[in-house]
Design a protein around this ligand. Structure first.
Ligand code: PGA
Length: 247
């Protein structure tokens, strides 16, 4: 069973800081065990340069977002094909900060998945409920709807999809979702994805305030194949701690 360590650097680092961190990743993680998959999601500004450094160390990389049209007059956007052309393997899609800060809809997420698949990128589909939705007991409804909308009528010809369960209230807050409750949702996600895409075996990751101190609790769970980490992935000592406590 593969273990996934996905690092979302968000907009934490400028170009030079990103390159320096990529260099530290390359020095520390060039000999990861076979079953460990590490991927980094830097800003689009630094992605190609970071990618060159990481590729030498066997660490993959991809964008935090993309646009679904291939080329054209779309100021400020970058397409899936353009990311693929600089060696990206994965792409985040539908991260909660995209959904909640930038108004990304389930429809947009669906279009981005279609474009990612067509370009040969593996989408990392992020799903998760807000605090208010959880308080109403709507988390299952919300997450299932996000999956249904993103995955219906897609052309998954190869086994290519990762889902990250990231409860919005646990992201960047230090308030972590218990491993047991993350596992419950991961199990449901696996079932719902199987109903939509019976031929896929989809790894489910957990994300939201993952730290060196709690990572092994998540990874012990049967249905959690890895972690998607924001803040703690942007500092080399924290990230080393996470990897060391799990590999
Ligand atoms: P966090 O972010 O680890 O800083 O909570 C996780 C994410 O947004 O992917």
């Amino acid at each position: 069973m593969k273990k996934y360590f996905f690092a979302n650097w968000k907009m934490y680092l400028d170009f030079n800081e990103s390159l320096a961190l990529a260099q530290s990743y390359a020095e520390n993680f060039f000999d990861l065990p076979e079953d460990v998959v590490m991927s980094v999601f830097p800003s689009s500004l630094s992605l190609a340069a970071v990618g060159d450094t990481l590729a030498q160390a066997g660490v993959s990389y991809g964008p935090q977002n993309l646009y679904w049209v291939e080329k054209g007059g779309y100021t400020g956007e970058v397409s899936a094909n353009m990311y693929k052309a600089v060696g990206c393997e994965y792409t985040l899609v539908g991260h909660s900060e995209r959904r909640h800060l930038f108004g990304e809809t389930n429809d947009d997420v669906k279009n981005k998945i279609t474009a990612a698949l067509a370009a040969g990128l593996t989408p990392v589909l992020c799903v998760g409920e807000t605090q208010a939705q959880r308080e109403k007991g709507d988390q299952d409804l919300v997450v299932k709807e996000q999956l249904d909308q993103a995955l219906k009528d897609q052309n998954f010809s190869e086994n290519k999809l990762i889902v990250a369960y990231e409860p919005v209230w646990a992201i960047g807050t230090g308030e972590n979702c218990s491993a047991v409750s993350a596992e419950h949702m991961a199990e449901k996600i696996k079932t719902w994805v199987k109903e939509l895409l019976p031929n896929l075996d989809t790894p489910v990751l957990y994300g939201g305030s993952v730290r060196a101190e709690n990572v092994s609790e998540y990874l012990k769970q049967n249905n959690i194949a890895g972690v998607l980490v924001g803040g703690a992935s942007a500092k080399i000592t924290d990230w080393q701690g996470i990897v060391k406590n799990s590999v």
